[in-house]
Design a binder for this molecule. Structure first.
Ligand SMILES: [Fe+2]
Length: 353
């Protein structure tokens, strides 16, 4: 039998490999993909509700249910990694407590696959990702929904949730040790500035180093009680600027290669002044995705149309990312309407739909 140390050596090697240097494979996002992703996300949210209710009733979490869900997710990811991450792009800020762990789990499974973890490791990583914030059940409700800044004592209490999660779940013999360690270490940072232990570098479990990247990205790009969402490309920039300091560089690289420079759902400003929403990545060039143009150069909303920026005849290009939240544009709604109106969206280029 392989010891935990041997397993960790394998995981560390996986993180050492240059992850995902190649560009993203081309997606063929369709309305069906979007609906399938919604169904999977809803199922994940239901499972999180059952898990938390079990804990509140003093029962074990229902690890078989969790493991089955993650196995299904992992096989979906294997079949179509790029469409798979659509699940996590379906922002569900009203249900953050339940949707956040599901999204983090989706990102982690895709990252684990990019980092060439084996099936068993991906399952264990997925369990850790789905349950990473479970320790928050021991915090007062008022803290998890609080919009104001934490007081010093509240912040100290919040910092205990990784350890609390570890302690709650270690009583359950069906939860793997590596999953427990991933939960314990998901707020540690490479330079020792994290919590609860302030571990550095290799002392942080590899699952902790993967979950921290996925968890931060999802938290930053979702409106929560304590913070407004930032554009996905800004979140990736922040993670990249902290790669090697807070976050494992290869995991950040893998996330960028998975999502593209302007991830699906990003609001961008084109060189001509138009606003557009990113629909899917281009296999040829991550800076030239397929986008849905939604305004003219003056900012007036127009009937949306799809343009593939790669190979675009008039050479439109992205100048910078805009903040959809401050401009009050529902980018998910734009994508949903576009997909709902076109069953052959991948073949539509540069024409009104
Ligand atoms: Fe956390």
């Amino acid at each position: 039998m392989t010891s935990n140390n041997d397993q960790n050596t394998g995981l560390n090697e996986a993180l050492d490999r240059i992850a995902g240097e190649s560009s993203n494979a081309e997606m063929n996002v369709s309305w069906r993909t979007w609906l399938a992703a919604s169904t999977v996300q809803e199922r994940g949210i239901e499972i999180m509700k059952i898990v938390l209710e079990n804990l509140r009733q003093g029962r074990f979490i229902g690890s078989k249910l969790v493991a089955n869900f993650i196995s299904d997710l992992a096989s979906t990811c294997k079949n179509n990694e790029e469409n798979f991450i659509t699940i996590a792009r379906l922002k569900n800020s009203t249900n953050y407590t339940y949707a956040h762990p599901v999204n983090v789990c989706v990102y982690c499974i895709a990252l684990g696959s990019r980092l060439k973890l084996n099936d068993k490791q991906i399952l264990q990583l997925g369990i850790a990702a789905l349950l990473h914030d479970i320790g928050e059940v021991k915090l007062p409700d008022r803290m998890t929904s609080k919009s104001a800044k934490f007081t010093e004592s509240e912040f100290a209490a919040m910092q205990r949730h990784p350890r609390l999660g570890y302690e709650i779940l270690k009583r359950d013999p069906t939860i793997p040790e590596d999953s427990l360690m991933g939960i314990f270490h998901h707020h540690e940072r490479l330079d020792g500035s994290g919590y609860p232990s302030g571990h550095v570098g290799r002392f942080i479990h590899p699952f902790g180093r993967i979950i921290s990247v996925a968890e931060t990205f999802d938290a930053m790009t979702t409106s929560r009680s304590r913070a407004d969402a930032v554009p996905p490309s800004e979140a990736l920039k922040t993670l990249y600027s902290l790669a090697g300091k807070h976050y494992e560089a290869n995991v950040v690289k893998a996330l960028i290669s998975l999502l593209g420079i302007y991830p699906m759902g990003s609001l961008v400003r084109l060189a001509g002044g138009q606003l557009a929403v990113v629909l899917q990545q281009s296999k040829e060039d991550l800076s030239k995705p397929q986008v849905i143009v939604i305004s003219d150069a003056t900012g007036q909303r127009i009937d949306p149309y799809v343009v593939n920026l790669y190979g675009d005849k008039v050479e439109r290009k992205i100048m910078y990312a805009e903040n959809a939240y401050t401009l009050d544009i529902d980018t998910n709604g734009v994508i949903y309407d576009t997909l709902a109106n076109s069953t052959e969206v991948s073949q539509i280029t540069d024409r009104k739909i």
